[in-house]
Design a protein around this ligand. Structure first.
Ligand code: HSE
Length: 436
């Protein structure tokens, strides 16, 4: 059988990794697939990685539209990233009847509905395993491996850069900017690293996971997103003293009031396996009603881990190329005409426990004053920690852990506490999940 012909868009970190894996593991892939896979046309600005492509077999161009318009190309692999050009290329590829493999979470989370509709109408596949948690096959696990389950919730460390930063801050006391620079140099961070540290990248990935878990439309605009740039080493240390680690989690949960969809720094008990996922590694914890908790761990970024998912998608696509669309796994795991319209909950309605840190004047009665506010708002406190003031300083840090409370209630209590003259500045709040 002829080789399956692939057009590669983007020759950066992941494009280079994809070409390298296809070449190095060609024999093994042929044994699995009964067919070889060849990159026949590739596009990249500056063509930085062209030395890894066999120039005698691959047409190289700087115009990506040449690739999507090449009649010989069967599968277009989009590794350019971003929304605009990538979307135009993917839509053109689909219009031309080509299957698409992409690692572009921003594209799927924001333009997924339009892209998938076009792909279904044209009878082509859109595969996006590499878009979530890099090399971890979490799309396949949730969409196919756990298809028997009602998914209750998913909690994931799905941004390697953010996890790397929090880990280095905790273990080495390094500062935020310094670690971020290292993550950029190592090729983990997005082109715009605020996507990593402000949780936008994780929100893209969580949006995709929630769709697969609950059969709902992709709704990135409804995802609550809070970054890690305000986390201090004091918070990391106080959390540790209380038996918790701070992780930047993406959480989606089905409740009687709707679907929670939120990315924010989160305290989790240090004894949980996921609390011990460090450095650039990702992990996704999925709670199904039949299987219970399952945990998926691996590299969430980097050239070859991401290429592992890209190449698996190419293999899957080649395998099902001749199969009628009605017999294929639906692109979001549920039949397109049977999606649920259950609403995404506003963050004010979500219920979580909280870690609160405030700076108080070191004088009698302040703790009682603060505690009374929480009592009046019917918020139970789980733990209270008062740090001794440094020599000659008349202020202390008060750290409180609350039991579960609806966000709008804790907001009201925090606003009241912040209005006290004995409390300096704002109260730091980090949500807390037991993930039990
Ligand atoms: N910037 C992303 C991360 C890359 O750090 O996880 C993988 O999506």
């Amino acid at each position: 059988m002829d080789a399956a012909k692939v057009g590669l868009l983007g020759l950066g970190t992941v494009g280079g990794g994809t070409a390298a894996v296809l070449l190095r593991n060609a024999d093994e892939i042929q044994r699995r697939l009964g067919r070889s896979i060849e990159i026949t046309h590739a596009a990249g600005l500056g063509i930085a990685n062209q030395s890894i492509l066999d120039a005698s077999k691959v047409k190289l161009t700087e115009d990506a539209f040449e690739v999507v318009n090449d009649p010989d190309v069967e599968i277009v692999v989009e590794l350019i990233g971003g929304y605009t050009l990538a979307k135009d290329l993917v839509m053109k590829a689909i219009e031309n009847g080509k299957h698409v493999v992409t690692a572009n979470k921003a594209l799927i989370a924001t333009h997924g509905p339009e892209i998938m509709q076009a792909a279904m109408a044209r009878g082509v596949n859109v595969a996006y395993e590499a878009a979530v948690a890099g090399g971890i096959p979490i799309i396949k696990a949730v969409r196919e491996g756990l298809a028997a389950n009602r998914i209750k919730w998913i909690a994931g460390i799905i941004n390697g850069t953010g996890n790397f930063i929090l880990t280095e801050m905790r273990d080495k006391g390094r500062n935020f900017d310094d670690v971020l620079k290292e993550a950029q140099a190592l090729g983990y961070a997005e082109a715009d690293p605020t996507f990593d540290v402000e949780g936008i990248d994780a929100a893209h990935k969580l949006t995709i996971l929630a769709s697969l878990a609950y059969g709902i439309e992709l709704q990135f605009d409804k995802c609550y997103t809070e970054g890690i740039s305000k986390i201090t080493t004091e918070d990391v240390n106080y959390a540790g003293e209380l038996g918790y680690r701070i992780k930047h989690l993406g959480i989606t949960r089905k409740t009687g009031h709707g679907i929670e969809l939120r990315v924010h720094p989160t305290l989790i008990p240090e004894k949980r396996l996921i609390a011990n996922v460090d450095g650039v590694m990702n992990a996704v914890l999925v709670q199904g009603d039949a299987v219970g908790p399952t945990l998926y761990y691996g590299a969430g970024a980097g050239a070859e881990p991401t290429a592992s998912a890209v190449v698996a998608d190419i293999i899957d696509t080649v395998r099902t190329i001749d199969i009628d669309a009605s017999h294929k796994v639906p692109l979001l795991g549920f039949k397109a005409d049977d999606m649920s319209d259950i609403a995404i909950m506003p963050i004010e309605d979500v219920e979580t426990a909280c870690y609160l840190r405030m700076t108080a004047l070191d004088k009698p009665g302040v703790l009682a004053e603060v505690s009374e506010v929480f009592a009046l708002h019917n918020i139970s406190l789980e733990a209270v920690l008062q740090k001794e003031p440094a020599e000659g300083v008349a202020k202390v840090h008060l750290v409180l852990l609350t039991q579960k409370v609806i966000e709008r209630n804790i907001n009201a209590a925090i606003a009241e506490v912040e209005s006290f003259s004995d409390i300096e500045g704002s109260v730091a709040r980090i949500r807390l999940e037991h993930l039990g």
